[in-house]
Design a binder for this molecule. Sequence first.
Ligand code: DGP
Ligand code: NA
Ligand code: NA
Length: 210
Amino acid sequence: EDGQIDNQRGALVVLEGLDRSGKTSQCNGLLSFLEGLGFSVESWRFPDRKTGVGEMISSYLANKSQLDDRAIHLLFSANRWEKRSLMESKLKSGTTLIVDRYSYSGVAFSSAKGLDIDWCKAPEIGLLAPDLVLYLDIPPEKAADRGGYGVEKYEQLEFQQKVSQHYQILRDDTWQIIDACLPMEDVEKQVRELVLDCVTACRNGKPLSQ
Ligand code: DGP
Ligand code: NA
Ligand code: NA
């Protein structure tokens, strides 16, 4: 029925993990998988480097500009805030969003620098809550072995080890932890099942929350 379809909302699915954990490949795979099933779906990522704020973040990550740790933290957060209303309208109109990094990256990466964790969480309050968080779990040493890091600011083993510890502090029972060291097809299979369940629950009326 048309009326019912209007009310079916999309799911907010977030993938988190260290750099080189395989998030981006899984996001791409999920997009084509869900499209193939006929769902309305988009793949997003944070930071979104295309906005004005995103360009500042990108320049910081490329070591082309220096910024105070708290200033860059707030820019990453602002980059999520500037997409919030679009995110909400997409979800309400029935589009599922597969998001590569979200607030958890914000808190894990900044608290790994030594910033107070509650201070890091504060600017994230009021953003939309994910319906599903998939954490691609990989030891930092293994991630570093995977074809190596790029040249961006955070792509160093010692820092990624700290980020990993801070993700462990953040993670709760609602996260789905996926062993990212398994063969890619096995990771993909688990990810697909979890996401399909989540998308179904959201279509069946699970409320969107902040
Ligand atoms: P990516 O485009 O996913 O490779 O992300 C770029 C880098 O920025 C990566 O090392 C993770 C880090 N990052 C992503 N989101 C945040 C955030 O909100 N805060 C901080 N401090 N770092 C972030
Ligand atoms: Na990166
Ligand atoms: Na990435």
